[in-house]
Design a protein around this ligand. Structure first.
Ligand SMILES: [Fe+2]
Length: 250
C-alpha cells in the first residue's frame, strides 16, 4: 500500500508565523489528499495562549481532511517554569496539553496498517536539549538532538522506515545509517534559514520506495508549489538514495 503524509514543522504562531503561508497551506490540504498530517513541533513561539489557539485552529482544519498528529517542540514548552518546580514535568507542558491533549508522544495508525509514532525530544532550552533535526543542518551545521550519536543509533535500531522531524528551519531529505529515510521539514515562519523560501514536505511511502517532495513558497504568487523530489529505494531493512540530485518539477 501507499501512504502519503503531509509533513510540516515550525509554524511558530505568534509574531514569526507568516499568516499568508499558513492560510495558503490550509486551503491546499484537501487537494493534497494526505493520509495523515504530521506537525513536528514548534507550533508556537513563546507557548502563549493566543499562539496555541491559532495553532489549534490550524490542526482542526487539517483534521477535517486527515488524522493529524502533533508533538510539542522546544518553543511549546514553558521551560521557564522548571527552575521553580524541581520535581515533575507537569507544569512545563500544562498549556500545550490544554490545547492538544494529554498525550505528548501520540501514536497514529493509518488504515492499512502504517503506524506513526512520535518521539518526544522537547525537553526545553533550560537543559540544552532541543527538538530534533535528526541529521546535521546543512546551513546551521547544528545537530538538533542532544547526545546525537546515541539518538541516531536508537532511531536506526527502532525499525522505523521513515523519520519526520523539524527544528532546523531548513528542509532536508536523506538516509540515516543506510536504513531510515529522514524527512526534515522547513518552517512556515519568517525565520527560514539563509533567506530561502519557506517549505513543507509531502512524503509518499511505497513498499519499495519513498519520495519526499518539497513544496516551496512563491511569494509573488502567494502559493506553495511542488519544486523538487528526492527518491529513495527501500526494502528488507535498507534504504538508499536513488538519485544523485532531486528531480525538479518544471
Ligand atoms: Fe522552530
Amino acid at each position: 500500500m501507499t501512504v502519503q503524509l503531509l509533513h510540516v514543522a515550525d509554524l511558530h504562531f505568534g509574531g514569526l508565523a507568516d499568516i499568508r503561508q499558513i492560510e495558503a497551506l490550509e486551503h491546499m490540504i484537501p487537494d493534497l489528499r494526505p493520509d495523515a498530517v504530521v506537525v513536528a513541533g514548534d507550533l508556537s513561539q513563546r507557548a502563549r495562549h493566543g499562539e496555541f489557539q491559532r495553532a489549534r485552529a490550524f490542526v482542526n482544519t487539517a483534521s477535517d481532511t486527515a488524522p493529524t498528529l502533533v508533538i510539542p517542540g522546544n518553543h511549546d514548552v514553558q521551560w521557564w517554569w522548571r527552575p521553580l518546580v524541581p520535581f515533575g514535568k507537569e507544569p512545563v507542558y500544562r498549556k500545550y496539553r490544554h490545547y492538544f491533549g494529554d498525550e505528548l508522544a501520540p501514536t497514529l495508525t493509518i488504515p492499512g496498517g502504517a503506524v506513526i509514532a512520535a518521539a518526544l525530544t522537547s525537553h526545553g532550552v533550560a537543559w540544552g536539549s532541543l527538538t530534533t533535526n535528526v541529521l546535521r543542518g546543512e546551513i546551521s551545521q547544528r545537530m538538533g538532538l542532544a547526545h546525537w550519536r546515541r539518538a541516531q543509533q536508537r532511531i536506526i535500531e527502532s525499525g522505523a522506515d521513515v523519520v519526520l522531524c523539524g527544528h532546523d528551519h531548513q528542509e532536508g531529505a536523506d538516509v540515516l545509517g543506510g536504513k531510515v529515510v529522514v524527512s526534515t521539514a522547513g518552517t512556515l515562519s519568517t525565520r527560514s534559514r539563509g533567506t530561502r523560501p519557506s517549505c513543507f514536505n509531502f512524503v509518499t511511502i511505497e513498499p519499495t520506495a519513498v519520495h519526499i517532495t518539497f513544496f516551496r513558497w512563491e511569494g509573488e504568487r502567494g502559493r506553495f508549489r511542488a519544486s523538487d523530489t528526492f527518491a529513495f529505494g527501500r526494502g528488507q531493512g535498507h534504504a538508499e538514495r536513488r538519485d544523485a540530485a532531486p528531480v525538479t518539477s518544471g
